[in-house]
Design a protein around this ligand. Structure first.
Ligand SMILES: Cc1ncc(COP(=O)(O)O)c(C=O)c1O
Length: 387
């Protein structure tokens, strides 16, 4: 009798020790371990070159110890009055919410688009009229990119500041608009993995310089600031990326293209197999084909989702209700928040499920997952349309 092995939800892919060796050798020679050392500087330069190939303006990259801190510092750099309202979509990771509160603002939780499952400028405009918000934290949810040019237009017309949380969208989300800062994660589960890490990318040197100072406690580093170097000019934090993490990020970047192709191929074959087996019983997030998918999410009828979870539990197939509970459903202790009506986010979340996905997933694993999804969706009423 064959013994079934468990199928994990997600297995990170980080560079092995041989790929790290040249960067660790540099670290040994440099004897510089944090505080904007040479590996960090070189990493920021490599990354800005990559982003500049996808925009027609200079790009500034500032690394941080996580995307969460990067987001908190960019939001702080907006310097809005304490208690200002900031719009955020209901369907996102909790960090999108906590960073707003930690920056001293009040989240306004808004709905999402029924096709892309993203906050859009039109939804934000409506939420701003209702709430009097001063800023928007738009999210590239599930790695699906936001339209920076569209948000730039929104920012110009509305006067609200826009920041994009693209934590899971490295390689798919670019920074086409110079006035919209975008924040990425280099957590172990992301496609450009450093273990922990983040980066703030923008076309505005002032935003990046402010974030850099905020990441170094708020100490002024600029001799031309009209303020003594070494004095506090902001209340910042310690959010610097260590040289060790920069070393991992370099090695990860060396392998990124090959890894991204592999992720795309597996995602494509997996999705094709599910579409063939379950067709109209499944709804997919609308948008571009992602450059390097790291998670695998699909919507189905609520009954089918609940049945699938039971089947997967019996068969040791890991699943996750990504981004659930929705932001406002956490909120007993997380206050104050303001909530707009979110019927679409609730309808999407009621049938959303994350299936196992990684560069290590085998064909047999995929066959097993597809079989479980087919079993769960058979004889279930069709998925309800969102429009
Ligand atoms: C949408 C979103 N925002 C923020 C984060 C936080 O990123 P980090 O772990 O780098 O702080 C994540 C992490 O997955 C995320 O998905």
């Amino acid at each position: 009798m064959s013994v079934r092995t468990a199928i994990p939800l997600l297995t990170p892919l980080l560079p092995d020790r041989d790929s790290l060796a040249p960067y660790l050798d540099q670290l040994d020679r440099n004897r510089h371990y944090s505080n904007f050392g040479p590996l960090n500087t070189a990493l920021e330069q490599r990354l800005s070159g990559l982003f500049e190939a996808h925009s027609n303006h200079p790009i500034h990259v500032t690394t941080t110890s996580s995307a969460t801190l990067g987001l908190e510092l960019v939001l702080s750099s907006l310097d809005l009055p304490p208690g200002s309202k900031v719009i955020v979509p209901a369907l996102t990771f909790v960090a999108s919410l906590t960073t707003i509160i930690r920056a001293g603002y009040i989240p306004v939780i808004a709905d999402i688009d029924p096709d892309s499952w993203l906050l859009t400028p039109a939804i934000a405009a409506e939420a701003a009229t209702q709430s009097g918000a001063k800023a928007v934290l738009a999210v590239a949810a599930f790695g699906q990119p936001q339209d920076t040019l569209g948000w730039s237009e929104f920012q110009r017309q509305s006067g609200l500041n826009v920041v994009i949380d693209a934590a899971g969208a490295f390689g798919s989300q670019w920074v086409e608009a110079p006035d919209i800062p975008v924040v990425y994660s280099m957590h172990a589960t992301k496609s450009l993995a450093a273990g922990e890490g983040g980066m703030v990318v923008s076309g505005n040197a002032t935003v990046n310089n402010t974030v850099r100072q905020l990441s170094n406690f708020g100490i002024n580093l600029d001799a031309n600031a009209g303020f003594p170097v070494g004095h506090l000019s902001f209340v910042g934090s310690n959010a610097k990326l260590s040289e060790y993490h920069a070393a991992v990020a370099h090695a990860s970047l060396d392998q990124w293209d090959a890894q991204a192709r592999l992720r795309q191929r597996i995602y494509h074959d997996y999705r094709e197999a599910l579409v063939q087996a379950c067709g109209a019983d499944l709804q997919w997030q609308a948008g571009i084909q992602l450059a390097a998918p790291t998670i695998f999410c699909v919507r189905m009828a609520t009954d089918a989702r609940d049945r699938l979870e039971k089947i997967c539990q019996q068969r040791q197939i890991a699943t996750r209700r990504w981004y659930q509970p929705l932001l406002h459903q956490h909120a007993a202790k997380v206050a104050p928040i303001i909530k707009q009506p979110t019927p679409i986010a609730e309808a999407v979340a009621n049938g959303l499920i994350g299936l196992p996905f990684s560069t290590f997933i085998s064909r047999q694993d995929i066959t097993d997952v597809v079989e479980a999804v087919s079993l769960a969706t058979v004889n279930i009423a069709p998925i309800n349309q969102l429009k």
